[in-house]
Design a protein around this ligand. Structure first.
Ligand code: KIV
Ligand code: ZN
Length: 385
């Protein structure tokens, strides 16, 4: 079965959601949770964009060891240098460099001719290759680019050493059949395409991000990019948890697999929701509060007779626990440890002791300690372990 690699950009494109600004500790906790979720590549940020982002990417690269860590760079040397420095201690570093290829972006934003764009792309991939074995190159606004031009530039950047070619639907404009056809065209018209992996990156402006991601893998993409809860620029990116569960449930239809650990989904989604302040809507697929709730009498009756009548995903599959523990002053250390694990934290003994003490103090003032209270305690205690 073909493996689809999962490239998570919650910490970069996700953080570009209007109003979202994660601090370094939050990014680090999320990075650890994303590693537990089993993603293959983590885009930890955009190191040249600010000192804070640089520091966060550096810290993540030093902490997260089982996942490839990447940083975004525009096609300029100083951005690539910032990635080189931020990622120097990563176990599996990757550079992600992009330049726009659509007529509108080249003319108005870059003010470059198509030939100049090719030259810059080749020059920057060549430059990046001095520092990175793995270079992902993205054709920003690929889906509104001329296909023959796209094929030409891709062939050249692969010759320059790009190992992954990403074709984003940057403004979420494309329909699934069209997006799939672009991948097919590139597969068939770029002679050296087998030297690189093809990747999709979809935005959800027309609600097509997930469908477009499936259209891409049907046509040769072997890497899917997206975010947890689908957060991201404007209407967001493809939701990775939706992609993962759809692939699992419809494995009869799509013979692909990923390394994702599905029962980490709820924990990961909750953590992203809390840290970004972007509450997951109740009706959101897979992780919404109503995703497993059956309201109508007919549905309730059916589910009681046989859950599969109306339930295609079990709550357990995605890590939703029916024994949702409520913590209060009678709760002991065992329940407390279980609960914080449910929230995605694994603390060393000393920190655990400290957190439990803070929790006990709080129970003198509050009857029921909520998840928000626990997140506050854990953030206070945190930890760069
Ligand atoms: O949407 C997009 O085109 C991007 C690129 C920078 C990869 O996020
Ligand atoms: Zn994007």
């Amino acid at each position: 079965m073909t493996q689809i690699k999962i490239f998570d950009t919650t910490l970069r494109d996700g953080e570009q959601s209007p109003g979202v600004n994660l601090n370094q500790l939050e990014k680090l906790e999320l990075a650890k949770q994303l590693e537990r979720f089993g993603i293959d590549v983590m885009e930890a940020g955009f190191p040249a964009s600010s000192q804070g982002d640089f520091d966060a990417v550096k810290k993540i690269a030093e902490t997260v060891k089982n996942v490839s860590v990447t940083g975004l760079a525009r096609a300029v040397k100083s951005d690539i240098d910032a990635c080189r420095d931020a990622l120097k201690n990563a176990t599996y570093p990757r550079l992600h460099v992009f330049i726009a290829t659509s007529p509108i972006h080249m003319e108005y934003k870059l003010k470059k001719t198509p030939e100049e764009v090719i030259d810059t792309a080749v020059e920057m991939v060549t430059y990046g290759k001095q520092f990175f074995d793995h270079v992902e190159w993205s054709a920003e606004d690929a889906s509104r680019s001329d296909l023959a031009f796209l094929a030409k530039i891709i062939e050249k950047v692969i010759d320059a050493g790009a190992t992954v070619i990403n074709l984003p639907d940057t403004v979420g404009y494309t329909m699934p059949r069209e997006y799939g056809a672009m991948f097919k065209y590139i597969k068939e018209n770029v002679p050296n395409i087998d030297k690189a992996d093809l990747s999709c990156h979809c935005h959800d402006d027309l609600g097509m991000a997930l469908a477009n991601s499936f259209a891409a893998i049907e046509n040769g993409a072997t890497q899917v990019e997206g975010t947890i809860n689908g957060i991201g620029e404007r209407a967001g990116n493809a939701s990775l948890e939706e992609f993962a569960v759809a692939l699992k449930i419809r494995n009869d239809y799509y013979p692909y697999h990923t390394n994702l650990v599905l029962n980490e989904i709820k924990r990961t989604s909750d953590m992203v929701g809390k840290f970004t302040g972007m509450t997951v809507p109740g009706n959101k697929a897979v992780v919404g509060r109503n995703a497993f709730a059956h309201e109508s009498g007919i549905h309730q009756d059916g589910v009681l007779k046989n859950a599969e009548t109306y339930e295609i995903i079990t709550p357990e599959l995605v890590g939703v626990h029916s024994n949702n523990l409520v913590l209060g002053k009678h709760s002991g250390r065992h329940a407390f440890t279980d609960k914080i694990k449910q929230l995605g934290y694994e603390l060393p003994e000393a920190k655990l002791k400290e957190a439990f003490k803070a929790f006990k103090l709080l129970t003198d003032r509050k009857k029921e300690v909520t998840d928000d209270d626990l997140f506050a305690i854990l953030t206070d205690i945190q930890t760069d372990t």
